[in-house]
Design a protein around this ligand. Structure first.
Ligand SMILES: C[S@@+](CC[C@H](N)C(=O)[O-])C[C@H]1O[C@@H](n2cnc3c(N)ncnc32)[C@H](O)[C@@H]1O
Length: 249
């Protein structure tokens, strides 16, 4: 229903729109008293949140107004520079570059269950978690394939540091996953955004023909899934071995 009424906007526009509209509605209704103004803000924010894809993003978009209102009410006495200081840890954990792909959501421990039955991994094969966050995806991959050569690439320095400590079996680098080559990897695992998938398919086709691209939640465009597992779901794609096969020639 919501897909019919609300246009889908690229993330994080829905959140910005929801927060802006919620505060706009709150200000516009301020003359009617605090309870009504708060209700107007909540409703405007919740409605605008439907321009986001997925319930988690909708929650973030709709939750911005009530959370910031509570914070403002409780922390009104803070000087402006204290707000800037509070933003620093956020910017460290999420450098702006990473915002174009996904922010940090960890892979649930059981989300990759069954992947090892679809993908038969040769001994010593390289498996990469592109955008490995705090290492939850790496840990799940290690449970499936303890013999694999596990690698993680993560743009956020603190998260890359944490991932290396939480999954000592993996070689974790702080790097841009788009600038790092995927050549030689048998499996590349991603948990990013719907908007990242076309770029990931293009990169996989160029750099790892014959390999496997595995995506949690977000479907790839232009590739036929070899399997789809679980409720999240987990999408498993075999990259055609040659460009000719990839383009259907
Ligand atoms: C949804 S989290 C997934 C974390 C991990 N793969 C897991 O499943 O537990 C996405 C991660 O990708 C990282 N990321 C986003 N853009 C990136 C980029 N261009 N290069 C490297 N990492 C990036 C984010 O910082 C974030 O930690």
């Amino acid at each position: 229903m919501s897909t019919l009424v609300f246009p889908r906007l690229p993330w994080p526009l829905p959140a910005l729109l929801a927060w802006l509209l919620a505060w706009g509605a709150f200000s516009a209704a301020a003359g009617a008293g605090m309870p009504l103004a708060a209700l107007a803000g909540l409703l405007a924010g919740a409605a605008a949140a439907f321009t986001a894809q997925g319930w988690r993003r909708r929650l973030i978009a709709a939750g911005g107004f009530p959370l910031s209102a509570c914070a403002l009410a409780g922390l009104a006495a803070w000087p402006p520079w204290a707000w800037l200081l509070a933003l620093l840890p956020l910017l460290l954990a999420y450098p702006l570059k990473a915002w174009r792909d996904a922010p940090f959501f960890p892979t649930p421990a059981d989300a990759l269950d069954g992947l090892d039955r679809v993908v038969a991994l040769p001994p010593g094969a390289r498996v990469l978690d592109a955008g490995c966050g705090a290492g939850d995806g790496l840990r799940a991959l290690h449970r499936l394939w303890p013999q694999a050569r596990l690698e993680g690439v993560e743009w956020s320095r603190p998260l890359a540091w944490l991932a290396a400590r939480r999954c000592r079996a993996a070689a974790v680098r702080r790097a841009d996953m788009w600038a790092s080559s995927w050549a030689g990897c048998t499996v590349v695992y991603l948990f990013q955004r719907p908007e990242s998938m076309a770029r990931a398919v293009d990169k996989a086709r160029r750099e790892m023909p014959g390999g496997w691209l595995v995506s949690l939640e977000f479907e790839a465009v232009g590739l036929k899934a070899a399997a789809r597992l679980g409720r999240r779901p987990l999408w498993i794609y075999r990259i055609p071995a040659s460009t000719a096969a990839a383009t259907g020639r």
